[in-house]
Design a protein around this ligand. Sequence first.
Ligand code: FE
Length: 374
Amino acid sequence: MLHRFYLGFNRFTTQSAQLNNIAATAAHWLTKVSALTSVVITTLALALSSGVQAQAQTQTINLYTTREPGLMKPLLEAFTAHTGIKVATVFLKDGLLERVKAEGVSSPADVLMAVDIGNLLDLSESKLFQAIHSEALNAAIPAPLRSNDGTWFAFSLRDRVLYADKSLKLESFRYEDLASPAYKGKVCIRSGQHPYNNALIASMIAHRGVAQTEQWLRGVKANLARKAAGGDRDVARDILGGICDLGLANAYYAGQMKTAATGTDARKWGDAIQVIRPTFAQTGGTFVNISGAGVAAHAPNKAGAIAFLKYLISPPAQNLYARVNFEYPVRQGVALDPTVESFGLLKADLTPLTEIAKHRKEASLLVDRLGFDR
Ligand code: FE
């Protein structure tokens, strides 16, 4: 697939060179005719050369992403090495949707890339993606991990797991257990409004309804050792600091911390925790969110954007997701990072993310109503 695109790119360059030659030959012959004709020729040559320039520009794609440069850099370099297509990247902490919306039809963005199903659906519902059909993407990405209209595709999975003090004897854990009175004053977690927790709470609503989820969340709040704030890594930091014994966080942060350089804070936090994949009592599955991307609605270089998405699902790119950022590849048969593998088998909850995402608003209102973050 990549090879085919590369050949296409070569053919394209050849055509551009031919256009240049034709323009030069025509200019040489015709300038001998008359001054008037030479004006026409100059105009013709300019038109041809600007056409060539426009074609040369298609060798670059513009990527807008909220992903961190540390992960993207190796992926982008590998893509350029494979295809010859350069990537101009706009890294955004947030405000991706607002920016693309404001740019409208003149947006230079070719690919929009984000984490969390909610962000992808927001982009999709705002019509900022265009539908594409790619057998390669459809074959490699299981149906629940892509939109059914071809607007967005998941490229990695991110499981939300339990970080626990190593002294805790835990064989297994259910998300429901986090509300158990046994853990009073022992739980650390980030804001209930953060997209990572919002999606998890929405998932609980999908399984148990709002009333039972409210009861559960009240229990979790009653167990908090500190205000629900900070980031996922802070759960490990505060377990090491003796503030709490357990909490929820994304698995890839544990991979990062446990493999950080010896002696660094990150490594000390990572070494302080054990990672357990909790499951929902009702489905026996672990909550998994996604990172993904799609072709921008007004992509100037649609072909380049599709080539990029196809690259992201290729085994080398999927391997980078696993090795550089400790995420789960969506492609079957790509090896996990050994540290992530040591967390045990991932049995993902199979409830479609689009179903879960329908409860985002209810989850957010619930967090507000309970004053979970206060
Ligand atoms: Fe993250």
